[in-house]
Design a protein around this ligand. Sequence first.
Ligand code: PGA
Length: 241
Amino acid sequence: MKKIFAANWKLFKTPKETREFFAQFKEVANKATGELVFFPSAISLEAASTSLTGTTIKWGAQNCYFQASGAFTGENSAQVVKELGGSYVLIGHSERRKIFGETDALIAEKVAFTQGLGLTPMLCIGETLEEREASHTFRVLETQLYLGLAKADKTKPVVIAYEPVWAIGTGKVATPEQVAETHTDVFNILSKLGFAQSPILYGGSVKPDNAAGLIKQPHVNGFLVGGASLEVKSFSEIAAV
Ligand code: PGA
């Protein structure tokens, strides 16, 4: 299965900074050993689109609503992503779930809507530290996948990003053993649900110095990178593993 290296820029980088990043990044992009995907913030999507035209580098939005247009003040339209030439939408990131109260039911609508437009949803799942310590990780991931994929089309692509909430932005990366065990669980759940062909990315404090150890683990098909994706050097090193 081809690897995917995805960059989640969260609420960083203006359009100018986005153009500057890509001007540099395009010089080193050929070192990547898999597909590259960038998720800039909504206002910088057009800058990404313009910068990446004519390259094989993919991009998408960090969130979208499950309708293309209408009276939904402040929401992002996946239709705009499509028109600008984007390929992906990140859905259900733990910051969306926690800070913005997104439920699995809402996430399921977004996954289905995105697929319907011909975009690829990248569905994020992950347990909190409390849930891991209470040995609920499997149950939490199974529920998030079961509900999040409830309306998804099995014949269309969907990418899964497993991101333990306790490892996001904390510098506490999951150990290779934890990643191996959890990715195998995620793969088994996906197989049961009919999505065995979906790539499974790991996310949570991925850095150039831990990427090589993590990519070797079973069912790790790439990474979703936050902090370390903001610099050309660190992200290109991660994508070269
Ligand atoms: P991090 O973020 O790499 O900074 O931990 C990952 C993410 O939130 O997708």
